[in-house]
Design a protein around this ligand. Structure first.
Ligand SMILES: [Zn+2]
Length: 158
């Protein structure tokens, strides 16, 4: 019989397919793990509507747990809506190291301000300008840093 803690440690190895430094745990999409008799149930919540990565992430979770001898039920549920505030501090640090500006907390900004405010992941400056609300994926917005003279992406707050 496996513990919930062990499952969470294993799931640290499942990374966001678009951001290989960010585990699904740090991304905050694993909302619940229930170990009940010999059944393991994993609840996941979708991040951005239309992010096609969700089916892939679900498959990755199933595949990883199967290598540990577990055939889990993986449910994708909207019960607990995802927000970028669910990204862990460790996850935000990993995003920045990867060159992606972590999402600002959506508790302190209004919707409009939030997209105008991005901190450059290279120089930590805010002399930045949004170029496009849609980066290479729906989950990211494109910015330009006037100090570094370089474009960067921000993981969109939600
Ligand atoms: Zn900069």
């Amino acid at each position: 019989m496996v513990s919930k803690e062990q499952i969470l440690i294993w799931l640290e190895d499942v990374k966001d397919p678009e951001i290989p430094v960010l585990s699904l745990i740090d991304l905050g999409v694993i909302t619940e793990v229930v170990v009940d008799a010999d059944q393991v149930t994993v609840e996941m919540t979708p991040t951005f509507v239309g992010c096609p990565a969700m089916d892939y992430m679900k498959l990755e979770v199933e595949t990883l747990l199967k290598t540990k001898g577990i055939t889990p039920h993986v449910n994708i549920s909207f019960k607990k809506p995802w927000s970028s505030d669910l990204i862990s501090e460790k996850g935000k640090a990993a995003l920045k190291k990867y060159g992606l500006a972590p999402p600002p907390s959506n508790k302190v900004f209004t919707d409009l301000e939030i997209l105008e405010t991005a901190i450059c992941p290279s120089c930590d400056g805010d002399n930045t300008e949004m170029k496009s609300p849609f980066g290479p994926t729906l989950c990211r917005a494109l910015y330009y840093c006037h100090d570094c003279k370089e474009a960067f992406e921000q993981f969109k707050p939600l």
